[in-house]
Design a protein around this ligand. Structure first.
Ligand code: MG
Length: 377
């Protein structure tokens, strides 16, 4: 199944104000177009076509050597869409989504809903039922009311089977409000997919601040800390951050007593406000006796991912006089990164002594402290 998105960015959008078209105006540190493109890139479509106004020379240069396929805007929107569809010919596209560049708050969930709907139909588009009362008016006076039942506010991306929408556009006499009308005029049924109230179209100047608020809210950054201690007992090795190190003592605990991995695991649970290892793997449960701590860390990382978070980085400090951690730190980093499913340069393992003070200084045990940063983009 090959998918593509066509992002129409050729318009001049004078209603939104500003010296340049709305899709090129700044929004939360990027441009409107960058947010829109990023949403579709994240959604993992096979091809993305950007339809540009032929006069936007800087944009043509900017996107020339990128993964984005460029197409020329036409005299009206339908012509722009057809040009976008045409550059995809030969790409063997099954499903195509057509989206307005001026809807930068489009969510991955909405994109997925439209794509999924196309499994069972040749055309599907998001919309929201009209909930406000509808009036007619003239000269700032209400002149009548209209029945809102059965009325929807249309959104994009509108999704189609590629062959169907290409044929429909080629046959259309022009003047359609959107691609749904083009498909319907060609006799195709169009399914309504639940729209998203946040998927606003930047039309007027005040829409920029609303879009900025929505996009800011989306970024969720979490920090968590973890602290753990295990005491020494008789033995010949310790396991620290997943690495077995020969030593004249061992760490005691219910599991393998990997104090570093426990602190990192608790930091991730902490960032998710999900308690600690004890909540998820109760020490009272005999099945976790002697368990490899990797099970706990994997669980925490999977929980973070299931909640939509990426583990941005973890930082772990081991506090002990012996064994010396330095020679094993790179190995620990690699093992922890593998379990967490992140790059090794996002995992920091370091060690300190406590200047022979306290229980760590007297080599009665090892302590560990860790921080984790989680990001939901
Ligand atoms: Mg522990």
């Amino acid at each position: 199944m090959t998918t593509a998105a066509i992002i129409v960015a050729a318009g001049r959008g004078s209603r939104a104000g500003g010296a340049i078209p709305k899709q090129w105006q700044p929004l939360n540190g990027r441009r409107v177009i960058d947010w829109t493109l990023a949403a579709f890139q994240k959604a993992g479509l096979d091809h993305i076509v950007l339809v540009l106004n032929p006069d936007d020379h800087a944009a043509w240069e900017e996107f020339e050597n990128t993964d984005v396929i460029l197409a020329k805007g036409g005299a009206e929107r339908a012509a722009s869409v057809l040009n976008g569809l045409s550059v995809l010919s030969g790409c063997d596209i099954d499903k195509v989504l057509i989206h307005d560049a001026a809807r930068p708050c489009v969510s991955m969930e909405l994109i997925a809903r439209v794509l999924t709907a196309l499994d069972n139909t040749t055309a599907a588009a998001p919309a929201l039922p009209v909930t406000d009362a509808l009036w007619t008016g003239a000269a700032d006076q209400v002149t009548g009311t209209r029945d809102r039942s059965g009325l929807y506010g249309a959104q994009t991306p509108q999704g189609f089977s590629y062959e169907v929408i290409v044929a429909a556009h080629l046959d259309h006499p022009g003047g359609a409000a959107d691609d749904v009308q083009v498909a319907r005029d060609a006799g195709h049924a169009v399914a309504i997919v639940a729209g998203d109230p946040d998927n606003i179209k930047i039309t007027r100047p005040e829409d920029f601040s609303r879009a900025a608020r929505l996009l800011r809210n989306e970024m969720d950054i979490r920090l968590g800390n973890g602290y753990d201690v295990h005491r020494f007992g008789e033995g010949d090795h310790v396991v620290l951050c997943g690495v077995k190190i020969p030593h004249d003592k061992t760490l005691q605990g219910h599991s393998d007593a990997d104090v570093g991995m426990h602190a990192v695991t608790d930091a991730i649970y902490g960032a998710l406000a999900e308690g600690d290892i004890g909540r998820h793997f109760p020490p009272s449960d005999p099945q976790w006796k002697g368990a490899a701590s990797e099970i706990f860390l994997r669980h925490a990382a999977e929980l973070a991912r299931a909640r939509g978070f990426t583990i941005s980085n973890v930082d772990c400090t081991l506090v002990c006089e012996y064994p010396k951690v330095g020679p094993h730190a790179a190995n620990m980093q690699a093992v922890m990164a593998e379990i967490l499913g992140i790059e090794a340069d996002r995992v920091s393992i370091k060690a300190t002594t406590s200047e022979r003070l306290g229980f760590t200084g007297r080599s009665e045990g090892i302590a560990s402290i860790a921080t984790a940063a989680l990001v939901k983009p």
